[in-house]
Write a protein that binds this ligand. Structure first.
Ligand SMILES: Nc1nc2c(ncn2[C@@H]2O[C@H](COP(=O)(O)OP(=O)(O)OP(=O)(O)O)[C@@H](O)[C@H]2O)c(=O)[nH]1
Ligand SMILES: [Mg+2]
Length: 344
């Protein structure tokens, strides 16, 4: 199949063509997620530029630097039926951020609005408030965007394994991975890491960027292939029995449950931390008390020693005095005796 044929299939995509009809689905939502600065917005720019066969334009507001840039969940339409969502990137997948990520990924937060990061149960309120704005008819395809420039580590692999497993439970599909900066030497190592954690579908490309806006055949073909695979995946998955409304309810329950468990875990960690602080405080108090007692003991010992020395000195003084007086008496007695003998 050539590129033109693929383009036609992408353009004509509709859930109405599925064996069981649309089952309540209207459009594909390509949910881009991942770490800050890994190329989500640039991927959208690249797809738009290739799909509309136009010059490179920074329509998704990709960053000029690697700092966190996108703070809204903005949508970009390939056409009416295929929508790309530029979700807010996370700096690390810590416990607070994962709640947000899954709420975005499950399409439980409004599109085309600013995305905050909530602490505690605030996120639950935001999900409830978003109910009138989110659509069950959006068919979610999770796309994890990762820049090959970032070397894998065992901690990262562990973190991603957890994220991918939760994303799979939430969306019922293992996220597709798009590797950006594909010409970087880390490529094979990064791909192996994702294979190890169960990724089956990969796409790799060098995004078009401000620095590298010149279109090349390899990238253009990759983009069309990517969109073509996405629609095939959607057709395949929508051929099974589905219920768009029920799936939305299930996703909501899953994320609310996730937030609940996350809060319990955070409270447990905080409690444990407080307990440790208390333990350290008690141990410190005990040590200080012992040190104080030791100081008092040494002080008493010193006082006792000094008193004993004084007593000893006094005793010695009195002994010498008594001895002197005794000798004096003896001497006087001796003198008297001498005088008497002389008189005789
Ligand atoms: N060379 C090269 N640069 C890229 C590629 N993809 C993205 N970049 C650059 O990487 C930087 C970050 O890209 P963004 O697309 O803004 O990243 P993001 O994931 O949208 O970031 P946030 O919105 O902050 O989450 C920008 O300077 C891009 O020009 C790529 O494939 N190759
Ligand atoms: Mg961005």
């Amino acid at each position: 199949m050539d590129d033109a044929e693929r383009r036609r299939k992408i353009r004509d995509f509709t859930f109405d063509r599925c064996k069981r009809g649309n089952q309540g689905f209207e459009r594909i939502l390509l949910q881009l997620f991942g770490y800050v600065g890994h190329g989500k917005s640039s991927l959208i720019n690249t797809v738009m530029c290739v799909w509309y066969n136009s010059r490179y334009k920074n329509c998704a507001n990709a960053a000029g630097t690697d700092e966190s840039h996108t703070t809204e969940r903005l949508t970009y339409a390939v056409n009416k039926k295929i929508i790309m969502v530029d979700n807010r990137g996370c700096s690390s997948m810590n416990t607070y951020e994962t709640g947000e990520i899954f709420a975005q990924l499950g399409n439980l937060l409004p599109l085309d609005m600013s995305v905050g990061w909530s602490k505690g149960f605030e996120l639950v309120d935001r999900i409830v408030e978003a109910e009138p704005y989110v659509k069950a008819s959006d068919f979610i395809i999770p796309i994890f965007v990762y820049s090959v420039r970032h070397s894998p580590t065992p901690e990262l692999k562990n973190e991603l394994r957890g994220i991918f497993e939760t994303a799979r439970q939430l969306t019922m599909v293992v996220p597709t991975v798009v590797l950006t900066h594909m010409n970087h030497p880390n490529y094979t190592e990064v791909e192996n890491m994702f294979r190890d954690i169960g990724t089956e579908t990969f796409f790799a490309l060098e995004n078009y960027t401000e620095e590298n806006p010149r279109r090349i055949r390899e990238t253009d073909e990759s983009v069309i292939q990517f969109l073509y695979e996405v629609i095939n995946d959607a057709y395949f998955r929508a051929d099974h029995r589905r219920d768009a409304d029920q799936e939305m309810i299930d996703r909501k329950l899953f994320v609310l449950n996730y937030i609940h468990n996350r809060e319990l875990m955070i409270q447990k960690i905080n409690l444990e931390r407080q307990r440790n602080v208390e333990k350290i405080r008690i141990a410190k108090d005990h040590r200080l008390k012992q040190e104080e007692e030791e100081k008092q003991r040494q002080k008493c010992q010193k006082l006792h020693r000094e008193r004993m020395e004084r007593l000893q000195q006094e005793f010695e003084r009195q002994r010498l005095q008594a001895q002197y007086e005794h000798e004096e008496r003896m001497r006087q007695l001796g003198n008297k005796k001498g005088k008497n003998n002389y008189k005789k």
